[in-house]
Design a binder for this molecule. Structure first.
Ligand code: ADP
Ligand code: MG
Length: 250
């Protein structure tokens, strides 16, 4: 707990922090194979921010994202998600905190045996106790919002790469998560589809007031960020607020 005492004033005053990380380290492997991949990570992300994380392959971006997402347990330091400490949290607590998060991965990870509508609807079943009719209506509305109202009953194999990624966005956002974590969501898309997909994420996130942390190598989409953080060999080496979007919160 002494780590909390060392938080910088800026972090202490960030009452609306949704992600708050202090002195986080992470190791993979045991014994001689033990290797440190995250070094003393400090990062605070406030409600409504769109933060992009850049950095070379192997620098630890996915590892950090999976820990923030409650998919991997933090070993040391502090990682708070919506004021809940994940370091030392039980599996049950991790599962609970995942309910606040929408995930978008590089590969869309849709279930091929389900239609677009069923894929989105399935995500609602994990969160809410809605009737099947209500789920269907909400899922259809979200697919319409991402421009796929005319593809509700298509299977993933019959959709283009950009369309599949838009279904994945609808699936991530339909439950109105407080946080969206996206790991290279445009990597498999051509530049036009990639741009469309991030514009859509930005628009829907701003409408829902959610916070986005997105890993990307794609320099063409950096402009949607309020802040860009850079990871290098397991260290966060820079944290830049972009002037264009420095708005409400500082
Ligand atoms: P990035 O997403 O920036 O490409 P990763 O977080 O995937 O980086 O990987 C960071 C480092 O951790 C790499 O050296 C990678 O080989 C290693 N690593 C990732 N996952 C595992 C794992 N499950 N077991 C052991 N090492 C891993
Ligand atoms: Mg990665």
């Amino acid at each position: 707990m002494q780590t909390l005492d060392s938080l910088k004033p800026k972090q202490c005053t960030a009452l609306n922090a949704v992600i708050s990380i202090a002195e986080l380290n992470h190791f993979f492997g045991q014994g001689q194979l033990r290797k440190q991949v995250l070094f003393n990570i400090n990062l605070t992300i406030n409600a409504g921010e769109i933060v992009i994380m850049t950095g070379p392959s192997g620098s630890g971006k996915t590892t950090l994202l999976s820990m923030i997402g409650g998919l991997r347990s933090p070993q040391s330091g502090s990682l708070k998600l919506l004021n809940q400490e994940l370091c030392g949290a039980s599996q049950k607590q991790l599962i609970q905190s995942r309910r606040n998060i929408g995930y978008i991965f590089q590969a869309h990870n849709l279930l091929n045996s389900l239609t677009a509508l069923q894929n989105v609807q399935m995500s609602l079943q994990l969160h809410h106790h809605l009737s099947p009719e209500e789920e269907g209506t909400k899922a259809a509305e979200m697919l319409e919002a991402v421009g796929l109202g005319h593809r509700l009953h298509y299977y993933p194999d019959d959709l283009s790469g950009g369309q599949k990624q838009r279904v994945a966005i609808a699936r991530a956002l339909v439950s109105h998560p407080k946080i969206v974590l996206a790991d290279e969501p445009t990597a498999a898309l051509d530049s036009k589809s990639g741009r469309d997909v991030v514009n859509l994420m930005q628009k829907l996130a701003k409408e829902q007031g959610c916070t986005i942390l997105m890993v990307t190598h794609d320099n063409r989409i950096l402009d949607i960020a309020d802040r860009i953080v850079h990871m290098e060999d397991g260290h966060l080496t820079s944290d830049t607020r972009t002037t264009m979007h420095s708005n409400s919160y500082q």
